[in-house]
Write a protein that binds this ligand. Structure first.
Ligand code: F6R
Length: 607
């Protein structure tokens, strides 16, 4: 949520900052701004409401300066306005700050500053930092930043410029990611690798509680008591082309199409057909430890939570141990009981979702064992966990997650195999699942080939103001995720129910104006699903079934999207794919901004 970039070196900073901000726009896109240190100890600050392209258009033709910071915002304190956009500056204009995260004690600090005669010009929490740094009276910029940061509580990633010290940027991190990119006599700072890959492959991730001074020729990292820390660089594993649209109209379309290959990446080298098991060395769990768990608890937010529910069912079915998923955003607030024989799994694409990161902290604080199912390598959650399985989905840019979720579901299948094969899952059953996992990429290609047909169904769905998505047991989290994707980008009300719950209340809403998308796999519940669809039809409600070829619909004449069958435990993976296309084409029909839906951002690093 929100993006930070910084540059110091021999080139003109503005174009580099703007390009970086464009790359980060998916993290927040309601306003943007840059500060560039100019000649004669001045700072040139430009801020606009809206997208980075508005900022580019608003900049003066000649904006020179070789040091600068930039920000793209997702509003938390105060609406999207020019005054609230970052960078924020001190009264004398000397200090400029960009910030991701939330300062919890901002109101108190704002009041103190106002009492001291400071004229606050925004409604943001961030502005206090600029004033605190400027007023610190410390001898060095580093000391002033440390002093200011010591007065705030909350989460932050910040980058600071001081026109009196144009040879450096000072940055700090607590709870929001911040990365230094190392170039040839130039250095970059960003909240996300996406802004760095075009410039360098050498990066250093700051840890929570760490500060850094970044010069054109190097950097120094240190802690709040000014002790130096050792921060070696690592090599980025993303190619610049991975971040381009590659001819697709939207990142979401590209990422949906990439799913077969992204599944191939997550399973590469991890499936052992002979022993019917998955090899997940990164979990850091011995077979004995795996066997010692008597329960699994999965934690994630939003769609990651829904996929967690898919995973919990897989684990119960294949490993026969109780498993459930819970919204990480609620978990830590109910003082959860952490049990030594429970395996906790944190699931997150970004690895930066603060609610999930806090849930991990809560588990660790209470001595629990938590592993991650995370996409972004080196992210906060990945580093905080005791071990994990990287998703290898590649960069995901569209706010509406697709390929990462599919890889999460496959990741859960791998974990379920590992837990199952140290228990009662037979070698033959393990091999059955492995063969089915290997077949998934081609089966997804078949579903994707039916995109034109799904697009036609989407046009019909887009014409309704409200939709139900229904499913049972394995199909219910599929329905939840289908409704989530639909509402997120088409802005249509879409609500998921267990099919079995319809008659306990929601059926009252069914009429000609409220269509239902029903998830109807060819499993032991197919007959009951058919009966529910009949009840909907009898009340005039339209139904679109996402189903398998061999489900016998008898007299029931409803439109169907047919997906290939896999092993029943893996059905949710394939049943979800058409719902992504349904949402995408509904949003396309309605003409919405598919990759950047209103009010949302890709990586939710605030509570
Ligand atoms: C929906 C979506 C969100 C995320 C959620 C968690 O399409 O993308 O619901 O799933 O914000 O994000 P991560 O997986 O990054 O923790």
């Amino acid at each position: 949520m929100c993006g930070i970039v910084g540059y110091i070196g021999g080139q003109n900073a503005a174009p580099i900052l703007l390009e970086g901000l464009t790359r980060l726009e998916y993290r927040g896109y309601d306003s943007a701004g840059i500060a560039v240190l100019g000649p004669k100890d001045t700072t040139q600050v430009h801020r606009v409401v809206g997208r980075v392209r508005n900022l580019t258009a608003a900049l003066p033709k000649r904006l020179t300066g070789k040091v600068g910071i930039g920000h793209t915002r997702w509003a938390t304190h105060g609406p999207a306005s020019e005054d609230n956009a970052h960078p924020h500056t001190s009264e004398d204009g000397r200090i400029s700050v960009v910030h991701n995260g939330i300062i919890d004690n901002a109101d108190a600090l704002r009041a103190q500053l106002a009492d001291a005669g400071v004229k606050l010009t925004s409604e943001t929490d961030t502005e206090v930092l600029a004033h605190l740094i400027a007023r610190s009276g410390a001898d060095t910029l580093e000391d002033a930043v440390v002093e200011a940061v010591s007065r705030i509580t909350g989460t932050y990633a910040i980058a600071v410029t001081d026109s009196a010290h144009p040879d450096r940027l000072v940055i700090a991190r607590n709870g929001s990611p911040l990365i230094i990119g190392v170039g040839e006599r130039e250095m970059f700072v960003a909240s996300d690798l996406a802004a760095l890959v075009r410039h360098t492959s050498q990066v250093a991730h700051l840890d929570d509680g760490e500060f850094a001074t970044v010069f054109a020729t190097g950097y120094r990292t240190f802690t709040v008591d000014e002790s130096d820390t050792t921060k070696p660089t690592t090599e980025i594993d993303i190619a610049a082309e991975d971040l381009d649209l590659g001819g697709f109209p939207h990142y979401m379309a590209k990422e949906i199409q990439e799913q077969p290959e992204s599944i191939e990446r997550i399973i590469r080298g991890r499936l052992d057909h002979r022993f019917g098991v998955a090899r997940l060395d990164g979990l850091n769990l011995t077979p004995r430890e795996l066997r010692g768990f008597s329960r699994v608890k999965i934690l994630g937010c939003g769609s990651a939570y829904y996929v967690g529910q898919i995973g919990a069912t897989m684990i119960e079915e294949l490993a026969r141990i109780p498993a459930d998923a819970e919204a990480a955003s609620e978990f830590r607030y109910r003082n959860p009981i952490i049990e030594a024989d429970t395996l906790y799994i944190a699931v997150s694409q970004s690895g930066e979702t603060i609610d999930t990161a806090f849930a991990v902290e809560e588990i660790k604080r209470k001595g629990g064992r938590v592993v991650g199912l995370v996409n972004v390598v080196g992210s906060t959650i990945a580093r905080a966990c005791d071990g994990g399985v990287y998703l290898h989905a590649g960069p995901e840019i569209a706010v509406a997650s697709t390929k990462a979720l599919t890889n999460m579901a496959v990741g859960f299948a791998l974990i379920a195999l590992s837990l199952g094969r140290v228990r009662d899952l037979s070698n033959a059953d393990g091999q059955r699942i492995i063969a089915a996992i290997r077949a998934l990429p081609d089966q997804i290609r078949t579903i994707l080939a039916a995109e034109g047909e799904i697009a036609e169904h989407a046009k019909v769905a887009a014409s309704a103001n409200s939709l139900f998505f229904i499913g049972r047991v394995r199909g219910f989290p599929v329905a939840r995720e289908g409704a989530q994707k639909f509402k997120e980008i088409s802005y249509r009300h879409a609500e998921a129910y267990q099919t079995s719950e319809l008659k306990h209340g929601p059926l009252a809403l069914i009429d000609e104006s409220l269509p239902t998308v029903a998830i109807v796999p060819a499993d032991e519940l197919a007959d009951r699903n058919l009966a529910a669809m009949q009840q909907i039809r009898a009340r005039g409600g339209a139904v679109l079934a996402v189903t398998h070829e061999d489900v016998d619909f008898g007299e029931l004449d409803v439109p169907r999207i047919v997906v290939p069958r896999t092993e029943p435990e893996l059905d949710p993976i394939l049943l979800t794919i058409p719902l992504q296309l349904l949402a995408y084409h509904a949003a396309l029909t309605l003409g919405y901004d598919i990759d950047k839906p209103r009010n949302l951002a890709k990586s939710v690093t605030v509570e």
